[in-house]
Design a protein. Sequence first.
Lengths: 652, 180
Amino acid sequence: MADRSPFDQLHARATAAWDALQSSDKTVITVNVHGGSLPVGAEDIYKNLVFLTETRQIPAIVRQTGSLGFEFAETIVQVKRPNEPTIVYGHIGEDEVIELIERAVEGDGVWAEKALGWLEPQGLVVEPPLTLEQSADAAGLEDYKGIPPLKRHPYLRRQTRWLSRRWGRIDPESIEEYIAEGGYQGFVKALTEMTPDQVIEEVKKTNIRGRGGAGFQMGIKWESGRKSRNNQKYVICNGHEGEPNVFKDRRTFESDPHVVLEGIMIGCVAISATVGYAFIGGEFPLGIKRFKQAVKAAERAGLLGKNILGTGIDLEVRVRIGGGAYISGEGSALIYSVQGDRPQPRTKPPRSVEYGLWGKPTVVNNVETLANAPDIVMRGGEWFHAIGPDHSTGTKLVTIAGPVEYTGVSEIVMDMSIHDLIYEVHGGMRRGSEFKGFQTGGVSGGCLPADQLHFKVDFEDMNGVGGMLGSAGFIVLDHHTTAVEWARYLMKFNADESCGKCTPCRLGCPAMTEILDRVRFGTGHESDLDLINYTGKQIIEISLCGLGQAAPAPILSLVQNYRDDFLSYIRDKRNPATGQALEGAADLVVLTRGTHRVIDDPYRIGREAQRAPQILPGREIGSEETNRKGDIGDADPRRAAQPQDDALLRRP
Amino acid sequence: MSQSTEAQRVAPAPPPQPAQPIDLGWVQHLMDEEFNARDWREANELALLALMEIQEHWGYCSEDAAAVVADHLGIELQRVYALLTFYGDLRTTPRADNVYIACDGAACNVLGSGQLVERLFDRLGIIRKGQTSPDGKVTMEIFSGCMGACQIGPMATVNGKAYGNLTPEKVDQIVNELLK
């Protein structure tokens, strides 16, 4: 018989302990320790605070928590003195701990210069789709001792904190604090009060789309997983985040690992799987450590294991770690990686919900997608569906990196324009930087220039101009970066990370890198732009997996939107950002970034592989006549460049 | 360009001999303690985790150690080699005492890490990421993912300590310290 009393007892204990901490008569000092603050010394600050409060005999509790999303203000320390609100201090350096103690903990308890704002007892939670500023207005929050409420911080004003409401609040290594904040209620409800079909029905009502990049409907995926008949099924959480600018999943693992675990467990219950996997990229050791602890804690609490809460359901969650290959994030490659094979994607169908891990039906979902599951179960699908536009429901974690004022992980309702996201949430460009471009979809989307910023950050709106939401990792480029250098960087990344299984990506990406290198060192020709388009379209057309198909997309968009940059390199032999003349790699010793290689012949890779067209610089390919329709076949330079081949073929 | 000059230019510096080779007894002990598969599927799944664990302790994972892993888990050696050679994180040769890991994620790149990397390559006399400088003092790695500290980009970690907001002068200073 289902019996949820053990969980309810645990919940009561956890809530009591949490309330005791909130109303403690000691000062509670909380240090945000996560992957973004460790490099700037959070661990040292934590240890120093423990040491100083002990040696100075200050009655204080020093604890750790995850990220508040304020990457730009790390290290953040929150100080809550008895009977006072929490005050959040940012930009605390390793050598400022004593000053922090003297000014914020002792004395009058306010260090105004470092204070970011004060925080209510319930934290940064807000009911979506309200923004934090709206909720602050509704509550009539006012300054406390001259410090404004944190909800009115320029970085937070337009944000909606829901999925990340426990970030920077609970100790990620403590299951009790998660349970006290409403954790595992969704899992227990799905387990004891709902049938799997009801769970899937709620998920389908939400219209929620996958947060990993492809944007596939989560409800449909779960339903297919449910309908597959097999004695063994699996749920895999795709926590491999290899893109060079996205860290929302990493922060989720580091700040709130239990919500991911709960999402996996709900997914297992919904499709009747007994084993769930969390596949975590090897790049974030702290996230791995905290997630492993979460699994162990859930086992101890009786939420994982055999016969959970007397329902007769067995559940096991295994942690698997990737080895730093970007391709592991692709669905089928991820499954191969878990199986201990080389992670190389395969053709689909069959999709992984039919034939996945070890040939069994497998549901693969992104971390953020699964993290939404507990709220969907608790609040119902209609509640979720009401947030945001119909095609992009729910809130979205967004990372923006580059020369903006406030870098970090923000959470928005997907109804905001790109312009607002950059200038109203992330604070606009830093001083000395001029906006140049907005790279969408990690390394897989188009790069949008300044006149296209009115598009909305959602799954549909910017697709028409080549933009892509992807996993909502964006990069802002400033005028110091030229489109050529940026295209070269993205192409080099894709060439390095190509798994090597299918030819168009394995050879096409290095070939495009070489073309861009020619341009970069001043030996390019205008026909190279057409060659880029031609090669890129071929890669898109005939690559096997989504990553190969997306690899040239940003370069094509850069050539289209920033043609002047390319022409400046090609015609004027001048770097448009610095104005310097290009050195000209006349001997074509191309010392390329990341991989120094000597290229004696700029067309070598293409020629050796007999793949790319054999064209000599100077030959006009893809000119008006040959490229009139702009189709791939029309611009085939082999035909234009080598008429004698045709003569050979026509031999009697 | 003739074959020989190309060979001279791209030839990597010989990896320094490990101060101590991986203790295979230690590896065997680790496998006995932590990597006991319940079925053949799990044995395959555990191979990568075991390799990562060995590398975390010893700094690299030699082919001998991989053989112990394969032997213990009862899977084919070539499957383990396949993993060892595919993943970017796994190394079969040891690093030098000093490890300079430059972040070349998108954010750091936009903020100028590309030039810093090229400068470092010239300074250390290497041509490829993952190489050790000819005097065997510094191994240079490039992390093309994201280290997650984009607010202080361009950044690098040197022997586990992070350095942010790097400029060419700062980089020179760090490397001079390492090469001393």
